[in-house]
Design a protein around this ligand. Structure first.
Ligand SMILES: [Zn+2]
Ligand SMILES: [Zn+2]
Length: 127
């Protein structure tokens, strides 16, 4: 049984999130386990501390507005989905067609899908 590093709650494997603080510390960083709620706080902290930016210079924000979806991606795919805040705003307002989004994706981050921990090439199946 795993337990959440932050709140110490016991976690089933199917509810455990493994992260090393979003690869900020690079290869070999310590991987720890989090529950969904603490993970959401960790994501917030990451966005505030590290401030990932889109190529256009605007801050990146969460791609999914729904907490469950964010937690689900972390548990099952080990992914964090971020997007350019400018594009996000436009998307909320339904401003773009699919073609326009496609074109915009050449210059902006749209659903970046970044791994929340470092994987070796072996783990990725690249070797
Ligand atoms: Zn927790
Ligand atoms: Zn952008």
């Amino acid at each position: 049984m795993n337990s959440c590093k932050t709140c110490k709650v016991s976690l089933e494997e199917s509810a455990t999130i493994y992260t090393d603080y979003f690869q900020v510390h690079g290869e070999g960083a310590i991987v720890y386990t989090l529950c969904g709620q603490c993970y959401l706080k960790e994501v917030k902290k990451y966005l505030e501390e590290v401030k990932p930016l889109c190529a256009c210079g605007a801050p990146e924000v969460l791609y999914f507005g729904d907490d469950e979806e964010i937690i689900d991606m972390a548990i099952h795919e080990g992914l964090l989905n971020l997007t350019c805040s400018v594009i996000y705003k436009g998307m909320q307002e339904d401003k773009y067609t699919d073609e326009e989004l496609e074109e915009l994706s050449n210059h902006h981050t749209i659903d970046s899908m970044q791994y929340i921990r470092w994987y070796t090439d072996e783990e990725m199946g690249w070797v």
